[in-house]
Design a protein around this ligand. Structure first.
Ligand code: NI
Length: 131
């Protein structure tokens, strides 16, 4: 169990209202939870900016009938096997596949891999989730 530190926070009224809006919007149980969320979100953003060890996932939607797409995607993934934790493939319908590639490693490497995959011809949608 971690020690909880308490401190008073002074905020302008408009910021205070924004905080309460955030609590409502994200359904946080209280303001403390909202502030925890904001601090962690900031830590995560800085870790990605500073090329630290991070984790995330690439989500891809593609047509598996597109020539060479699957082969190209797999050979890129083998190049980056040191940062790939797991992949999950879902057949959405007759044509479309959804792939989730879980990653852990230096932020730059995750971005390079993600850019390479998303740029492949035949990818309908791709996004890197920076966690
Ligand atoms: Ni499929």
């Amino acid at each position: 169990m971690k020690t909880i530190k308490r401190f008073g926070v002074s905020l302008e009224e408009d910021l205070f209202k924004e905080l309460d809006l955030l609590v409502k919007k994200h359904k946080f149980p209280n303001r403390s939870q909202a502030i925890r969320f904001l601090i962690r979100q900031n830590m995560s953003e800085e870790a990605w900016q500073e090329n630290k060890e991070v984790s995330g996932a690439v989500v891809l939607i593609y047509d598996h009938h597109k020539r060479d797409l699957v082969n190209k995607s797999l050979s890129i993934q083998h190049e980056f096997s040191h940062i790939i934790l797991a992949t999950q493939h879902v057949h959405l319908d007759h044509n479309s596949c959804l792939e989730i590639i879980a990653l852990k490693g230096k932020a730059e490497n995750l971005k390079v891999l993600s850019d390479k995959l998303i740029a492949l011809k035949g990818i309908k949608h791709g996004k890197l989730v920076m966690s």
